[in-house]
Design a protein. Structure first.
Length: 258
């Protein structure tokens, strides 16, 4: 199914009439660049539910929408309701510029060349590697004191656009809280992960992205965390983050121009 979203901020409304409780997977891709995935999330629907609303703070000119479910769910139609894009007045110009560049890079990452992206302080590499050039199984890593982010294209191209945004915001969070980072303390490292999560959530939800996509990227990242000591506590931090997501819908569409 095709939607003319015209690169505008909006809400996808899906009108349904399921006969039983079940799960509905919704996938939205750019018609022209199908590796650019704007949504790939599964929603819990209940019997006789009338609609699902999904926010799209980013969209291509035309989106292809695909639905998957165990049992066929009656679909009464879809529509894309556009909204006005606004800017958060509480952000500094530096942070606003960073977020603007994050959004642009996240949309184009599947097709972007490897190399340095100065506006983001970002090194787009084939993989993230340690000091011995060994591949690290993580989508991104930040130099806490300089804010330089190294991103793995091999992993990043498997992420949806919202998941890329969340990942880059998480990495920025490490830089924002650099003064609280202690590389010699495992406890401090775990606390720093929580701070980065909290920062990413606040920014991500303010941008209006769906919480389901943040849940998805957290599920991808957790199994790949390099921490071994205190792993349970780290996962607890991420679990608390997911719970916080469910309570932050009020942040959506609350931006104002400065």
């Amino acid at each position: 199914m095709e939607i003319a979203s015209k690169r505008k901020v909006g809400t996808l409304k899906i009108y349904i009439n399921p006969e039983s409780n079940q799960k509905l997977r919704v996938i939205a891709v750019d018609k022209q660049k199908t590796a650019s995935v704007y949504l790939d999330s599964t929603f819990e629907v209940v019997a006789r539910q009338k609609e699902i609303e999904i926010p799209f703070p980013l969209s291509p000119n035309k989106m292809l929408i695909k639905f998957e479910s165990e049992q066929k769910i009656p679909l009464d139609g879809i529509e894309y309701v556009t909204q006005i894009k606004v800017i958060p007045k509480q952000f500094s110009k530096e942070l606003y510029d960073f977020i603007d560049n994050v959004l642009s890079f996240s949309e184009s990452a599947s097709y972007s060349k490897l190399g340095l992206y100065a506006d983001l302080k970002l090194d787009y590499a084939d993989h993230v590697r340690d000091s011995t050039k060994k591949i690290i199984d993580t989508p991104a890593r930040t130099h806490v004191q300089t804010g330089k982010i190294t991103v793995s294209k091999a992993l990043f191209k498997t992420f949806t656009i919202p998941q890329r945004v969340f990942t880059l915001l998480h990495e920025r969070g490490h830089y924002e809280y650099r003064e609280k980072y202690d590389p010699n303390s495992e406890q401090a490292k775990r606390e720093h992960e929580k701070l980065a999560d909290d920062f990413a959530i606040d920014m991500y939800m303010s941008l209006g992205f769906p919480e389901e996509e943040a849940n998805n990227v957290m599920a991808k990242i957790i199994p790949n965390e390099s921490y071994r000591d205190g792993r349970d506590q780290l996962i607890d931090f991420h679990t608390n983050t997911l719970n916080k997501l469910r309570n932050l819908k009020k942040y959506r569409n609350t931006w104002q121009k400065p």
